[in-house]
Design a protein around this ligand. Structure first.
Ligand code: AMP
Ligand code: ZN
Length: 472
């Protein structure tokens, strides 16, 4: 098995990846809060996790991925009340939309999508353990808080300076900034803002805090020690820091070996987010005529730890690039010269090696894509020179099928309908073929120009044949 390495946020360095159980990976990803349609910033995170998972599978690992659905928290309660729907009915709509969107983007489904509201007993059990071990306490408002003072390793993920920590200060909100580090809520006592959203617990009526949801659901499906935990960088603090505190305080041992976080999808220098209103949902873009594969191409195009600026122009460029791959695959399918394929064997081998090495190196997608473009150039050049054989073209197609196990938007074997070439252009092309046969190259050149004026490029291929492609 190839040696893979990842940047582990816990240690802030690229480290060789070793799974706990040989050949198997257990991976937890913080899923969506189902209070709205996910925007493509959210999908950058899910896309990065898809590339991560597909890369592990590419190298032969069997991956068990668990992605939770946060269907009870401050935001879901707020918005379900605002539209007058029971929480379950309100979140059901967005859960269904989320699954449809994953399909549109060819994101591989996780093994389990546990919903928080289906795991309240597991959360209560985990909080009980924390109470028994002295990590939790009940405040005057009856809510249960995690005492960060009792967990000396608090801050190890986000690298928080414990000197400035305000011990004994409590925060009830699910989301808060690093400068308000405090004891955080494990169980929130019911208040009137919660309406009818409440469960009974040993500490009274209430609901879980957001962070305990992930600690409880991950251990339910992956155990109390597993390989990978992922999310967008904004999840690192407080969410992931709090998850570590809860899980490790309860089990008394190391919880997750590798933490991977992706950088944000940006719009004009700002994070794409619901609160800033600078977002596109997947549905917005599909409605504008873009396709899932084009959006996927844009989202995978930058290294996961680099910010990616989103523009509609990038989608235009994706369309063009994917169109050129479509042309390449069509071209490869039409090659029928005999031979053993040795003319391209080295290039195919080199591209496959470069692609695999790049992905194994902390998911270096830019270099992996460069290997794909190199092979495209080589294959086209060989075909231009009439040197490519059917066996060679098949090797090229097989290489792209292999790349597409990770990239997953090339659709190598999808035969796309070419735009119909106008009869006038076909007549000129036939005329030109006849002129070439008669070695009347002046007429041939004139006809080529006429064809170009009508928006088509003509390329000669061996055997007196030609290919017409629309000029972009
Ligand atoms: P939320 O539904 O807000 O909990 O976010 C779901 C996931 O999307 C989390 O992993 C976030 O870190 C991630 N996320 C939110 N906004 C962005 C963005 N602009 N770029 C990348 N990831 C994001
Ligand atoms: Zn989480």
């Amino acid at each position: 098995m190839a040696q893979i390495s990842f940047f582990n946020t816990l240690e802030r360095r690229v480290m060789p990846f070793e799974s706990i159980e040989p050949g198997k990976v257990k991976m937890y990803t913080c899923g969506p809060t189902v209070y709205n349609y996910a925007h493509i910033g959210n999908f950058r995170a899910y896309m990065f996790e898809d590339i991560l998972r597909r890369t592990l599978e590419y190298f032969g690992y069997e991956v068990k991925q668990v992605m939770n659905l946060t269907d009870v928290d401050d935001k879901t309660i707020r918005d379900s009340k605002a539209c007058g729907l029971p929480l379950r009915e309100f979140t059901a709509k967005y859960k269904a939309a989320f699954f449809e969107d994953l399909k549109t983007l060819s994101i591989e489904p996780a093994a389990v999508y546990p919903a928080a509201t289906d795991h309240i007993p597991q959360m209560i059990k985990l909080i009980s353990v924390l109470m028994e071990k002295g990590f939790g306490y009940q405040a005057e408002d009856k809510s249960i808080y995690f005492s960060i003072d009792k967990f000396p390793e608090y801050g190890k993920l986000a690298h928080i300076d414990r000197e400035n920590q305000r011990s004994g200060v409590r925060i009830k909100n699910d989301e808060y900034a690093k400068d308000s580090v405090a004891d955080f809520a494990l169980w929130k006592a019911w208040d009137e803002l919660d309406g009818d959203v409440a469960w009974d617990s040993p500490w009274g009526k209430g609901r879980p805090g957001w962070h305990i949801e992930c600690s409880a659901m991950s251990s339910e499906y992956l155990g109390d020690h597993f390989d990978l935990h992922t999310g967008g960088i904004d999840n690192m603090f407080p969410h992931h820091e709090d998850e570590i505190a809860q899980s490790e305080a309860a089990s008394g041992k190391k919880w997750v070996n590798y933490w991977l976080h992706c950088a944000h999808l940006m719009v004009n220098g700002e994070k794409m987010s619901k609160s800033l209103g600078n977002f596109y949902t997947l549905r917005d873009l599909i409605g504008k005529g873009w396709t899932g594969r084009e959006i996927r191409w844009v989202l995978i195009g930058a290294h996961y730890r680099k910010k990616l600026n989103f523009t509609l122009d990038a989608l235009g460029a994706a369309r063009e690039t994917l169109g050129k791959f479509d042309d390449l695959f069509n071209r490869m399918r039409s090659v029928d010269a005999a031979g053993d394929g040795s003319e391209v064997a080295e290039a195919v081998k080199g591209a496959k090696e470069a692609f695999a090495n790049a992905m194994a190196d902390d998911l270096n997608i830019s270099e992996a894509l460069a290997a794909m473009f190199d092979l495209q150039r080589t294959a086209n050049r060989l075909a231009d020179g009439g040197k490519l054989t059917k066996a060679g073209a098949e090797q090229v197609l097989a290489a792209y099928r292999d790349f597409d196990r990770i990239v997953c938007c090339l659709e190598v074997d999808v035969i796309r309908e070419q735009p119909t070439v106008p009869a006038e252009v076909i007549a000129l092309a036939e005329e030109r073929a006849a002129a070439r046969k008669n070695k009347d190259f002046a007429a041939s050149d004139r006809l080529r120009d006429e064809i170009a004026k009508l928006g088509y490029q003509i390329k000669d291929v061996p055997g007196g044949k030609y290919e017409l492609t629309a000029l972009k």
